[in-house]
Design a protein. Sequence first.
Length: 180
Amino acid sequence: MTVPVDEKLVDDARAGSVEALERLLESVWPDAYRIAYSIVRDRAAAEDAAQESCATVYGSISTLRTAGAFRVWFYRIVAREALRQARSSASQTAQAAEQVPPDRESRLDISRALDTLSPELRAAVVLHYYADLTSREISEVLGVAAPTVRFRLMLARRKLKPLLFECFPVHPPQCAKESL
């Protein structure tokens, strides 16, 4: 779960307070790193993406129209930077993931299951389930239409379900079946 952003801190940073901007960036750094890592799946690349994102915020916070828009604006910057880095190595990662089917042990690890997704699908999943963004907010972050986000989430669920189902089988109660 993400840490709430102090809108007063955002307003002060927008107004030019370097101290407020530094505190703001310190408060969002863990989220930036986690989101970037969830997309790029490499610690060094995630740190680079998070640092680049913070540098972008540092240089352009004054262009932000309202403090309430900071969260989506910030996630857009982080996701785009992480996707940019992921694309540079996506073909190698995708080929490796497709060639080596995960064994039963790796299916227990949700992180490894996420590795099987393309960076675009992984970004949608991370922003939806980790950052608690709506499909409309994710569409703003990723720069795609909301129906595209919902389609990506559907594809990701379809790809993840067989990987996770064996480890976490769900057996609905009989009464739930009967009431359908």
